[in-house]
Ligand binder design. Structure first.
Ligand SMILES: [Zn+2]
Length: 136
């Protein structure tokens, strides 16, 4: 079991930008095609904007056309928590950072091989860290 990071709502408000707070803590969604990382094709790591945990890598990012950064797998299954989300009249699976509980987006089963999954993530939930070397 990984250690969880707990902060009060006031602490989160101080740490996060208003947009990050709205998305990570209030389960908001950024408008499609507005996020910083939709078209980011650089090599690197995508960290949780709330706690810095490494969640995704550029080598599993692909262009889904959805308007949000999309990945076909996280760095490991244990960094992501999944929850059923029946809001807005839809049956979806919410994805959260397993360390800080920050809302990331949703996972859908219409992704590419080999997983067939599409992790659809808000740019505001992520912090990109460029690496010179994919193996880093
Ligand atoms: Zn986190």
């Amino acid at each position: 079991m990984k250690e969880k990071l707990k902060r009060s709502e006031d602490e989160w408000k101080n740490i996060l930008s208003p947009e990050e707070y709205r998305i990570l803590r209030k389960k908001g969604t950024e408008p499609a095609f507005t996020g910083n990382y939709v078209d980011n094709k650089k090599s690197g790591k995508y960290l949780c904007a709330g706690c810095g945990e490494e969640l995704f890598r550029s080598d599993s990012k692909y262009d889904s056309g959805s308007g949000w950064p999309s990945f076909w797998e996280p760095v490991s299954e244990e960094v992501i928590e999944e929850k059923n989300d029946n809001s807005h009249g839809m049956k979806r699976t919410e994805i959260l950072c397993n360390k800080c509980g920050g809302h990331l987006g949703h996972v859908f089963d219409d992704g590419p091989r080999p997983t067939g999954l599409r992790y659809c993530v808000n740019s505001a939930s992520l912090k990109f860290k460029e690496t010179k070397n994919e193996q880093e």
